[in-house]
Ligand binder design. Structure first.
Ligand code: HEM
Ligand code: HEM
Length: 248
């Protein structure tokens, strides 16, 4: 009999669209923001569109996308967005607390025997919760600097303007550090297939999220596919990016 592989659904199409849209907007904002922030890059910024320097205009266009992506997530997949918020802030249990001391070995790629984790592990919970908080801080301060410009540039509001710039800059720094950490874990622990094709292997789920897998098994959500179809998923660019399912 032909060999069968087992995979489980992780993120649906709307969740993946929302995630990659936010990623594209985030990196555009980070690059254009750094150009605004670092004085010596002003030599690159003489090019103007409708009287705006290109990086100022692009920062605002990307900001609109950055604001609309969660709104799209809310409309297209309200349960997914709720799960993200609930799991990040309100679903902490004893196993999550016991996971935390494993963080340093986990960073070094030698996690040892981890306490069993649910849909997202304790490290992801911390990452997602912090990203959500700083999302509101960076978007709020950015909107005040943008739409409130005629007011906050008056002398009487000097302190408010300063507070907004500081909040924006600190949030940028925190989000950039978190994002590079998040990318590192996505690559080292092979999480990319879930955000690229929407599925991870049952073996991966058993290692990283056994409590979540138990629920999926109960709900009969494990999918069997042929070995040929499994192998087909690993096209050239996915191999290069590490976004293939591996036959572990
Ligand atoms: C809704 C989202 C956002 C809005 C509305 C927004 C808006 C703004 C505005 C109006 C400015 C002032 C620049 C100018 O005078 O033209 C600014 C500066 C900046 N933004 Fe954003 N932004 C957003 C998100 C982000 C994100 C996600 C990052 C980086 C991760 C970022 C990084 C920066 C940086 C580094 C500066 C330069 C600040 C400085 O000069 O000290 N922004 N942003
Ligand atoms: C190239 C950069 C990035 C890569 C490769 C990446 C990769 C991933 C992967 C593989 C997952 C799924 C993890 C899992 O199975 O639980 C994920 C989830 C997530 N990522 Fe990223 N990510 C990137 C950038 C970002 C950025 C910039 C943000 C936010 C500013 C972000 C926020 C999130 C959030 C909130 C989730 C959970 C999604 C949900 O539950 O709906 N990511 N990311």
């Amino acid at each position: 009999m032909a060999k069968k592989m087992r995979i489980v659904p992780r993120f649906n199409k709307a969740q993946r669209i929302a995630h990659w849209t936010i990623v594209a907007a985030f990196f555009t904002l980070l690059i254009t923001g750094l150009i605004l922030y670092i004085p010596w890059t002003s030599t690159w910024t003489s090019w103007k569109i409708f009287g705006w320097s290109w990086e100022r205009l692009l920062h605002r266009v990307a900001a609109v996308v950055f604001l609309l992506a969660p709104l799209y997530y809310l409309l297209a997949e309200p349960h997914g967005l709720w799960d993200l918020v609930y799991d990040s802030f309100f679903s902490w249990d004893e196993d999550d607390i016991r996971w935390l001391p494993h963080f340093i070995p986990y960073v070094l790629g030698r996690p040892g025997h981890l306490p069993p984790q649910g849909r997202i592990n304790a490290g992801e919970k911390l990452h997602h919760a912090t990203i959500i908080i700083f999302y509101f801080l960076i978007a709020g301060s950015g909107l005040v600097m943008w739409l409130g410009a005629p007011i906050i540039h008056q002398a009487a509001y000097h302190d408010l303007a300063l507070a907004m710039v500081l909040t924006h800059d600190i949030s940028m720094f925190v989000m950039a550090v978190l994002t590079f950490g998040h990318m590192y874990f996505a690559f080292v622990y092979g999480a990319l297939p879930g955000m690229v094709d929407g599925y991870v292997t049952e073996i991966y789920a058993a290692m990283e999220h056994p409590k979540w897998l138990a629920k999926l098994r109960e709900e009969r959500k494990v999918v069997e596919i042929g070995a040929e179809e499994f192998a087909k998923q690993c096209s050239g660019w996915k191999k290069i990016l590490g976004a293939c399912w591996w036959d572990l």
